[in-house]
Design a protein around this ligand. Structure first.
Ligand code: ADP
Ligand code: MG
Length: 147
């Protein structure tokens, strides 16, 4: 069954011009875009999004990073979307990320690790709801031949 996940191309990857390459990897792995937009996280947005990490030693650095410039947020769809995207994204610490994963290719450090991917169907829905209203999400089938 096709399911959906939520992803963020984080500010370091956007700033370096890697947005297109990362989206191409995601689409090349069989995902369909269902919604996409460019956003600037406020500190309030970062606290809400990363609420589970408030109080951890890296939290202030994470908030400073996520508010440092624009990000691309997107909803993506495929069979087994959450697990497949986490696999493509790679380990949180790029030093441990497998060859060919997005973090191995585009991360600058453990904090500046280029991309977010949701870790469960439930969290995916909660996370994309912070950025997309229901009418922002493409529900129609659009992968039809254009000619
Ligand atoms: P993931 O993004 O792989 O789900 P976490 O939810 O554990 O990882 O952490 C959220 C984000 O916080 C990470 O993607 C990374 O940007 C940052 N982060 C996590 N752990 C650390 C750490 N030990 N030191 C610095 N930054 C971290
Ligand atoms: Mg996480």
């Amino acid at each position: 069954m096709k399911t959906r996940s939520f992803t963020i191309i984080k500010p370091n990857a956007v700033a370096k011009g890697s947005t297109g390459k990362i989206l191409d990897m995601i689409i090349g792995a069989g995902f369909t875009l269902r919604a996409v937009r460019m956003v600037c996280f406020s500190r309030n947005d970062a606290y809400r999004f990363y609420g589970e990490h408030i109080g951890k030693p890296f939290f202030d650095e994470l908030v400073d990073f996520m508010t440092s410039g624009p990000s691309i947020v997107a909803i993506v769809e495929r069979e087994d979307a959450v697990a497949t995207l986490r696999e493509l994204v790679g380990a949180t610490n790029p030093a441990n990320a497998k060859e060919g994963t997005i973090r191995k290719l585009f991360a600058d450090s453990l904090t500046r690790n280029a991309i977010h991917a949701s870790d469960s169907d439930e969290n995916a829905r909660r996370e994309w709801s912070q950025w997309f209203a229901p009418e922002d999400i493409m529900e129609a089938e659009y992968n039809f031949p254009m000619i």
